[in-house]
Design a protein around this ligand. Structure first.
Ligand code: NAD
Length: 477
């Protein structure tokens, strides 16, 4: 049991203003495994004041990128040493299978930190240009106080996509974890103190939606960086628009994996185990629509059914587990609701269904729907669980049409023996990323969505830009 009775504000453990607490419940045992203060609007006010002070008066925005990178590098080194602890903690609070956690909930966030520490040396912070009347210095300045609001499914990763570029840019941050997965933020806060990040540069206040909305609208916040559902993203974007605040939105997805007729089926299905079902299917970029050529449909259905039906479902702390429990009872209801909807719509359950694999814990049986048409709700809406929809297509144009016939545009993949041709098909898919024979989020390259999947990009040098303003300083020659 991990109990915290203070919040990380102004570089110190600070008593919360309210008395409310958030119980963190293990999705495996359904028992309480942690308790943290439930942040209030007053706590947010205190955190924004601390971040504002650290930005307006502190050394952080005025330090050189290299000086900031040194401190970020120290944090990355502490992270690297203790990442197993982080992986275990995230698995305990939200049910990610430990083998996925070690990579996705700990190693990957650490890599993102290290990437940004290294990027400081090569990023173009300033340049001289020839202007109309003389030389112009074009420089980049930190945008100010950043609100980082993120979900429970990959809490450290989605936080780090915001925190690392904000820090290297010279911004200060108020981070708001979700009530489902707040514990990892407290562990990170300890490391932030140890690394010597100046007081007030990072503040962490777990809270629910209403308090999150207070943070978004706060006049002391200059930029909002949000990862979460499309509905919440729309509301946040509207508030930012009203106040002319910068914002980046990383939202939902319903990505397609296009299996071309020449694909090596065994390798494809093995690749889809990760690309479609990573993190219990609770992944924004999961390739949950599988597009199969009609001529090979039965063969693909059989191979996928063997993979999905053979997944080891159980205790997420067990190294043999491939699918753990869903984050909450509510999430299980949602996923089971979609399994019902799929049946009502006329999709066929090839494997899985509504029987629960365990009596205790919020488990569902990994499910593969066949005979899905792209207008069914199970093909259009984000389910956020281990449920896949197999959709037949006629030819390559039809496959691309189906992949693009979605409100979302986050990820995707193409599976083929001809990689060069796969790249050509990937170019036609209207999403922020589309892999060939794999799907990966790479710290070095931009990640984000078209359409209802969001606005802006995180990662790569492109992901630092939203944390910077341009400034031109012209002068006579
Ligand atoms: P959610 O939108 O309910 O909540 C996400 C976070 O936003 C939480 O911290 C929540 O407290 C806060 N929040 C919700 N409404 C808010 C509001 N109006 N103002 C301020 N804060 C608010 O999402 P969730 O159910 O926790 O997470 C799952 C969703 O996140 C899925 O849709 C998934 O696709 C998406 N996601 C997207 C990415 C990406 O990079 N595109 C990555 C991971 C998850």
């Amino acid at each position: 049991m991990r109990e915290h009775d203070r919040l990380f504000i102004g570089g110190d453990w600070t008593a919360p203003s309210g008395t409310g607490t958030i119980d963190v419940v293990s999705p495996h045992t359904e028992e309480v495994v942690g308790r943290v203060p439930d942040g209030t609007a007053a706590d947010i006010d205190a955190a924004v004041a601390a971040a504002r002070h650290a930005f307006d008066h502190g050394p952080w925005p005025r330090m050189t990128p290299a000086e900031r990178a040194e401190i970020i590098g120290r944090l990355a080194a502490i992270y690297a040493e203790r990442q197993q602890e982080m992986a275990d903690l995230v698995t305990a609070e939200m049910g990610s299978p430990i083998l996925f956690s070690i990579f996705g909930q700990a190693a990957l966030p650490q890599m993102v930190l290290q990437y940004h520490a290294d990027l400081a040396a090569s990023f173009t912070w300033e340049e001289e240009r020839a202007g109309m009347l003389g030389p112009v210095t074009v420089t980049r300045e930190p945008v100010g106080v950043v609100a980082a609001i993120y979900p429970w499914n990959v809490p450290q990763f989605t936080l780090m996509l915001k925190l690392a570029p904000a820090l290297v840019a010279g911004c200060t941050v108020v981070a708001k974890p979700s009530p489902e997965a707040p514990l990892d933020g407290f562990l990170l806060a300890e490391w932030i103190r140890e690394a010597g990040v100046p007081d007030g540069v990072v503040n962490i206040v777990p809270a629910g939606r209403e308090v999150g909305a207070h943070l978004v609208a706060h006049p002391g916040v200059d930029k909002v960086a949000f990862t979460g559902s499309t509905d919440a993203g729309r509301r946040i974007g509207a508030v930012c628009g009203e106040r002319l605040k910068a914002c980046t939105l990383e939202l939902g997805g319903k990505s397609a994996a296009i299996i071309l007729p020449d694909a090596d089926l065994a390798a494809t299905v093995e690749g889809l185990k990760m690309a479609s079902l990573m993190n219990n299917g609770e992944a924004c970029a999961a390739q949950t629509r599988i597009l199969a050529p009609r001529a090979r449909y039965d063969e693909v259905a059989d191979a996928l059914a063997a993979m999905v039906g053979g997944l080891a479902v159980g205790d997420p702390a067990d190294y043999g587990t491939e699918i753990g429990p869903l984050v909450a009872r509510r999430q299980r209801e949602r996923v089971e609701g979609y399994i019902r909807i799929g049946q009502e719509e006329g999709a066929k359950i090839i494997t899985g269904g509504l029987s629960r694999p365990h009596d205790r814990g919020w488990y569902v049986t990994p499910t593969l729907f066949g005979d899905v048409s792209n207008d069914m709700r199970v093909a259009r809406e984000e389910i956020f669980g281990p449920v896949l929809a197999l959709i037949p297509y006629d030819d390559e144009d039809d496959a691309v049409r189906i992949a693009n016939d979605s409100d979302y545009g986050l990820g995707g993949s193409v599976w083929t023996a001809d990689v060069a041709h796969g790249v050509e098909v990937a170019r036609r898919v209207r999403t922020g990323s589309c892999g060939v024979n794999l799907y990966v989020l790479d710290p070095n390259t931009p990640f984000g969505g078209y359409k209802d999947s969001g606005l802006g990009r995180e990662l790569g040098p492109e992901g630092v830009s939203p944390y910077l303003e341009y400034k031109a300083i012209p002068r006579p020659s």
